[in-house]
Design a protein around this ligand. Structure first.
Ligand SMILES: [Fe+2]
Ligand SMILES: [Fe+2]
Length: 189
């Protein structure tokens, strides 16, 4: 791994978020965001690097193809609807959610292109061409802006407004989405 990764406390977020944390669903989502930020740093490193590092490309591909789709569903299907139900009109959460959903739509379009670029770089063991580099950097920058908004507004309102029952619902839904049958295990861990 190169300089980029060592700067990031290597290993800390290079693995998917631990399922044991699902018992605290908002903490799990926050960890997913930390992981996503590290993935953005890896994408930047790949964009600037002369040669893609296998571990970095694998980590990014794992995140983009497995973890990110689950995370987007956690937000779109559960977290955002719960917030819509619980927030007060003066919270003006609807505007924020509308913006975030638009971002998710862009991510749905752009992620397959980024995956294809990364697979090409790995298969052909070469540095990105200018167009690929631009695409990777733009994708990471867009993802970072999205994360900032969610961390600054969505998670604080979720901590403030969601009830214990909401959090239980979120927990169960996030477990089901990950095919976890034994709902007790992660919470007890
Ligand atoms: Fe998110
Ligand atoms: Fe999101």
């Amino acid at each position: 791994m190169g300089k980029h990764v060592r700067h990031m406390h290597r290993g800390e977020y290079l693995e998917p978020t631990a399922v044991a944390l699902l018992g605290q669903p908002l903490a799990f989502i926050h960890e997913d965001h930390l992981r996503e930020r590290q993935i953005c740093t890896l994408i930047d490193g790949i964009a600037h690097g002369a040669m893609p590092e296998t571990d970095a490309v694998s980590a990014v591909l794992c995140f983009l193809t497995i973890e990110l789709p689950l995370h987007l569903k956690d937000e779109e299907e559960d977290l955002f609807p719960l917030l819509r139900r619980r927030c007060e009109p003066e919270d003006e959460i609807e505007k924020v959610i509308a913006k975030l959903l638009k971002d998710h739509g862009h991510a749905d379009e752009d992620t397959p292109q980024v995956v294809a670029i990364l697979e090409d770089l790995a298969n052909e063991a070469r540095a990105p061409k200018q167009g690929e580099k631009d695409m990777l950097l733009a994708y990471a920058a867009h993802s970072r802006r999205h994360l900032i908004l969610e961390n600054a507004i969505i998670l604080p309102f979720a901590r403030l407004r969601l009830t214990e029952t909401d959090l239980e619902t979120l927990y169960i839904r996030m477990c089901q989405r990950r095919g976890l049958k034994s709902l007790k295990d992660p919470r007890d861990a």
